[in-house]
Design a protein around this ligand. Sequence first.
Ligand SMILES: [Zn+2]
Length: 99
Amino acid sequence: MSTPPPPPSDPTAVYTAGDFIRRVIESLFRAEFRGRVLCARCLVKQAKEHLDRSYAKRDVIEVIDELFVTPHPMQVVTGSCGLCTKKKVPCLGLPGLAA
Ligand SMILES: [Zn+2]
């Protein structure tokens, strides 16, 4: 009976760009966009502004798209974007953090 080697435990190894972008978005909803919801377009724009230039816009868009599919702990709602004020669009927000 041989024990297989444990998986690598370096936390940075599993820390993907997607995770990072997700955290950036989440922190936006805890700070400047507290209590507001944002549409995908604005989220991409905001994320780009808070991220290193090394992130390709295409990658950011991909992560934002995924956020709308699996938003937890954020939530997807249909409403008015808190930034561009576009109405009846799918927006992302963080519930329980009313302004
Ligand atoms: Zn917007």
